[in-house]
Every structure is written in structure tokens, then in C-alpha cells.
Design a protein around this ligand. Structure first.
Ligand code: ATP
Length: 302
């Protein structure tokens, strides 16, 4: 399956990864393919153990896949192409007695980068704490510093594993605006994993839902939600409608849910009115990402 194209910042093609050997071998990723378009905020979702972190580690070059390939801005993933990636993969480990500025200076030296750290400190919103020791930082400040470290090499894309993990609601809000800003203001592509579905729904333009190392669903968030939208009608004689529409309709929530495409709704309403059925209410009910996630991750594997 090929999903990526030339416009992608990151393309993953048929990646497989097993852990362990023989009968105890376990496939964490099972032929996974996806493409992260440039400039997009792309969310990776999936239940525990679905393979999200393994995939991000493979993209970051921390784990080697058994099969398949990764490319970054059209180049095979390697030392050179990964220079265009910033990463916050594991919980960032900082030296408690170094300041934020000293950490960024150290990262810049390690990266052989001449990046000025001052703008980065301001960019991630910890300019006011630049000379504070990290020991005194809150988790949110550490996450911001972690993103600052990822920005040192002036990346075109960043990969963030659970960037809102452990943050309080204010910290989540701040992280959300930082991520959106990085994409919209700086044009940086963001690939992130998260367990917070409403967060992903707000921040990400596209998502991939993984299940047992495979792709369960992917696409634009709006499209995924719309694809599972259901048409609901409240009528005077639901039984007549259920009989008329047979396998296309189910009773629910005091009315009838009908499986039709958006374009077919006017025709359905016309047909029901012509059949002397009185319609009190008719509306499209769009699920939230949580409902899509649950239906895609609970479905029997094909
Ligand atoms: N180094 C490893 N050795 C053995 N098994 C591993 C290793 N890394 C991951 N796994 C297994 O691979 C599977 C996928 O793990 P992974 O951490 O990628 O999932 P995840 O989707 O990130 O889960 P979570 O949401 O819990 O972080 C899990 O069953 C995990 O136990």
C-alpha cells in the first residue's frame, strides 16, 4: 500500500518491526505505510501497544525497522536527511543544575548549529526563565524546553511523542497553541502521538489511527468525522420508516438512524413526505474523534 507522495515531509512505506525471537516474537508494526504532508499537524492515535512510539522511534532513527523504509522530504532517512527533523521522543532528560539557556547552548554545540538560542527561548515561551535552573521547572516548562531543544537545528519537521503527557489543563492549552503556531507561523510540519483525542481533534489536520501495528483509519480529521456522520429523523411513524428502509435504517434515540450519503438526504425526505409520513426533525449527527477511534480500534481485524 502506498500512501505517501512527493509532497510529504515524512513517508513511511511498508514498515515492519518485530521484538523478540521465535515463538515469542511480537510484531509491533505490521507493514505500516503513511505520509505526513508538508506543513501539516499530523496526529498518531491508537490504543496502548498499537505501535505509535515504535513508529516514531523508527522515524527518529532510534530503532531499525526489519522491513520497509522511511523517507524524509523525499530522501531516504539517514544522518543527513534527519538533520531536517527535530525530535522530542522520550521524556526529555535534563541536567537539573543547568539553566534552560545552558541546555540550548549545549544542544546547539552538539548539533554543530550556529542557531541563536535567544529566539528559541522566546519562541517556546520560556524566555522569562532562561537563566533558571531546570530543577525549578514545572513539567510544562520542561516540555517547552524539550521542544526548544528539538528546534535547535532549525528543523523543517518535528516529531513529538505524547507532548501533552502529564500536563495540567493550562499546560495542555499552552502546548496546543505552541504546536499550532509552529505549523502556522513557522511552517514546520508536526507529527505527534497522543492519547488525548479531543486534543488531537483540535490541533491536528490529519490523523492515523493504528491498531496492532496496522493502519485502522487515516485521513483528514474532518473527513473521518464526516465519513461516520449519521442521518437521524424523528417521525410520527418510525415503524413504517424502518420497514420501508429495511437494512438501511435502525431505531435509536427516539427516532430512526438512516445510512445514506449526504446527497441522498433531500430525496429521502421527499419520499417520506410523499408517503404521508410527518417529519418533526431531521439532522446529520457527526461523531467526535473518540467515537471514530472506538469504532476503528474495536473493529475485528480484517
Ligand atoms: N524494546 C522493546 N522490546 C520488546 N517489546 C517492545 C519494545 N518496544 C515496544 N515493544 C512492544 O511493542 C508494542 C508496541 O509498543 P509501542 O510502545 O510502540 O506502542 P504505543 O502505541 O506507543 O503504546 P502506548 O500508547 O502504550 O505508548 C507493545 O506491545 C510493546 O510492548
Amino acid at each position: 500500500m502506498s500512501i505517501g507522495n512527493e509532497e510529504d515531509a515524512i513517508t513511511v512505506s511498508g514498515v515492519e518491526k518485530r521484538f523478540g525471537w521465535g515463538v515469542r516474537a511480537f510484531k509491533a508494526l505490521d507493514g505500516l505505510s503513511l505520509g505526513v504532508p508538508q506543513g501539516c499537524v499530523y496526529g498518531l492515535l491508537g490504543p496502548n501497544g498499537a505501535g505509535k512510539s515504535t513508529l516514531l522511534r523508527i522515524i527518529a532513527g532510534l530503532v531499525r525497522p526489519d522491513r520497509g523504509s522511511v523517507s524524509i522530504f523525499g530522501e531516504n532517512a539517514g544522518r543527513e536527511s534527519r538533520r531536517r527533523l527535530g525530535m522530542l521522543i522520550e521524556a526529555p532528560a535534563f541536567y537539573p543544575f543547568l539553566t534552560a539557556r545552558e541546555h540550548l547552548d549545549m544542544f546547539a554545540r552538539m548539533n554543530e548549529s550556529a542557531t541563536m538560542v535567544e529566539p528559541i527561548l522566546r519562541r517556546v515561551g520560556i524566555g522569562y526563565a532562561a537563566d533558571k535552573k531546570v530543577a525549578a521547572f514545572s513539567l510544562g516548562m520542561k516540555q517547552r524546553l524539550g521542544i526548544g531543544c528539538a528546534l535547535v537545528g532549525r528543523p523543517d519537521a518535528i516529531v513529538l511523542d505524547e507532548p501533552t503527557n502529564g500536563l495540567d489543563p493550562d499546560g495542555i492549552l499552552e502546548m496546543r497553541s505552541l504546536i499550532v503556531d509552529l505549523a502556522q507561523r513557522d511552517g514546520i510540519t508536526v507529527l505527534l502521538s497522543s492519547h488525548l483525542l479531543d486534543e488531537v481533534e483540535r490541533v491536528c489536520e490529519r490523523v492515523a489511527i493504528l491498531r496492532s501495528g496496522r493502519m485502522a483509519a487515516h485521513g483528514k480529521v474532518a473527513g473521518l468525522l464526516d465519513g461516520q456522520a449519521r442521518f437521524w429523523i424523528n417521525v410520527d411513524s418510525p415503524q413504517t420508516v424502518l420497514e420501508r428502509l429495511a437494512s438501511r435504517a435502525d431505531a435509536g434515540d427516539g427516532g430512526v438512524y438512516v445510512r445514506i450519503g449526504r446527497d441522498d438526504a433531500p430525496e429521502l425526505i421527499r419520499a417520506l413526505v410523499n408517503a404521508n409520513i410527518r417529519i418533526f426533525e431531521a439532522k446529520w449527527i457527526t461523531p467526535d474523534l473518540e467515537s471514530v477511534f472506538l469504532s476503528e480500534t474495536r473493529r475485528e481485524p480484517q
